[in-house]
Design a protein around this ligand. Structure first.
Ligand code: UTP
Length: 446
């Protein structure tokens, strides 16, 4: 106890120390547990650094574009795909879902993965992901370990949802749930914020907390023990994500040099609000939309195309050696000033996973087509919403059928269950005739 008080006092948190000393019973135990989960020296240093600096996280004026090519146009694509399937078949690949976010823009009360985007099947995002993984693991004849990072705010609800749905057919021993860390919000004077229940205002430490959480939860060791070499990391809300895409895995294996790879799309236009891949001081990294100076944002090549054109869609692949390196690296903290527990302009800190790339020093970009692989569900309406995701799935699956020479109604949209096709393979007229109304569902454009 004395130690805690000393630590708090040394960190400038005398009020919190006094509050703790005034408590007894469960209230004291709970607050003590919250306090022990935090690194107070780090919080003190963070407040000192951030409150004395400009809020803008520094973007180097020395940015260079990071060139990338659309992979499917490359003659080696089929070779990469086969290589990836072999690696998957040897059990060397795992999926890593970061699902600890609060999904505040969508406004859904629950973990985002439970959300039904309104497809005719009414499958949740979690179910779509599980079925894609199951399809792929059946094809390569090896289970794919699935790591799911939650936060203390949604862990129980996530695990309950999976349990109620019998893990969507996934073998329980191949899934591992674990929680990311939290960090205490500070008031404008740098004091820890305490909520109405007398608990610390702890918020998830950002998706960049995934590297620490993977290691501290023992999940990295679990993967190493299984012989995993490649970890496919993705966000919960991309309705089109080709989880553990074999071509992506094979391409990184064939390239040999880099510790990580990222999928990249051409930006839809200068104003599109996505982070871009760029070389900063000759190291690969992502610059957030809001941090990209206008002269870079609008810069064009002689042919009129955008110079900084590589959009980040949050699909990454890490070699185990890269993850090992990151478990001890310190990612930078980003800050936001938000109202917390009714106190305006509090300091909230978070880490971003894309800050891993400059630390690793190498990253292989892998260009993909957005209409095939990127449809994030961020907002309740408008751009990047459930409606845009349904439509993109409907159009893509119609295209798969068209390419397979299936007679379809070109005005309709189609939903093909991932249990029968992972990325358009295995479709033909007889399959369509058998599955329509079952695993292939027709719906109307809205
Ligand atoms: P976003 O940055 O879109 O955040 O997360 P969000 O929490 O889902 O949504 P908003 O901003 O509140 O509307 C991108 C991915 O990172 C995960 C999310 O779950 C999502 O898969 N994430 C985000 C975490 O795992 N932990 C975090 O602390 C934040």
């Amino acid at each position: 106890m004395e130690n805690i008080i000393e630590t708090l006092n040394a960190a400038g948190q005398q009020e919190l120390a006094a509050r703790l000393e005034s408590l007894s019973g469960d209230a004291r135990k709970n607050l003590e547990r919250d306090i022990l989960s935090q690194d107070w020296e780090e919080l003190k240093a963070l407040y000192a650094e951030k409150s004395s600096a400009s809020l803008e996280d520094n973007v180097s004026s020395n940015l260079k574009p990071m060139p990338f090519k659309i992979a499917v146009d490359d003659l080696r694509y089929d070779f990469w795909k086969e290589t990836g399937e072999i690696l998957l078949g040897k059990g060397q690949v795992a999926a890593f879902l970061v699902a600890g976010g609060q999904g505040s823009r969508l406004g859904f009360d629950g973990p985002k993965g439970m959300f039904d985007i309104g497809l005719p099947s009414h499958k949740s995002l979690f179910q779509l992901q599980a079925e894609r993984l199951l399809n792929l693991s059946a094809r390569v004849e090896h289970p794919i370990p699935w790591c799911i990072m939650t936060s203390p705010l949604n862990h129980e609800a996530t695990v309950n949802f999976f349990t109620e749905h019998n893990f969507f057919g996934y073998a329980r021993e191949n899934i591992r749930f674990f929680e990311q860390g939290t960090i205490c919000a500070l008031d404008p004077e740098g004091k820890a914020v305490v909520d109405d229940n007398g608990r610390l205002a702890l918020v998830p430490d950002g998706n960049g907390g995934c590297f620490r959480a993977l290691s501290q939860s023992g999940t990295l060791a679990w993967l190493v023990e299984k012989g995993v070499q490649y970890v496919f990391l993705y966000s919960v809300d991309n309705a089109l994500c080709r989880i553990c895409d074999p071509a992506f895995i094979g391409a990184l294996a064939a390239e040999g040099r880099s510790l990580s790879a990222s999928k990249v799309v051409h930006k839809a236009g200068a104003q599109e609000k996505v982070g871009i891949f760029a070389l900063q001081n000759n190291k690969p990294g992502v610059v957030e939309y809001s941090d990209l100076p206008e002269n870079y944002r609008d810069m064009t090549n002689p042919d009129g195309s955008l110079t900084f054109d590589g959009g980040n869609i949050a699909i990454h692949l890490f070699k185990i050696a890269g993850l090992r390196k990151l478990q001890t690296s310190r990612l930078p903290w980003h800050t936001a000033r938000k109202t917390v527990c009714g106190i305006e302009k509090c300091w909230k800190f978070e880490q971003f996973l894309f800050d891993a790339f400059p630390l690793l020093g190498t990253m292989m970009p892998f260009g993909v087509l957005r209409e095939e692989e990127f449809s994030p569900v961020k907002n309740a309406e408008g751009n990047d919403s459930p409606k845009t995701a349904r439509e993109m799935i409907g159009r893509l699956h119609r295209e798969w059928l068209r390419k397979a020479h299936v007679a379809i109604d070109p005005k309709k949209l189609y939903e093909i269950s991932p249990t029968i096709s992972y990325a358009g393979e295995g479709l033909k007229q007889s399959v369509f005739d058998r599955e329509i109304g079952r695993n292939i569902l027709e719906f109307d454009e809205e």
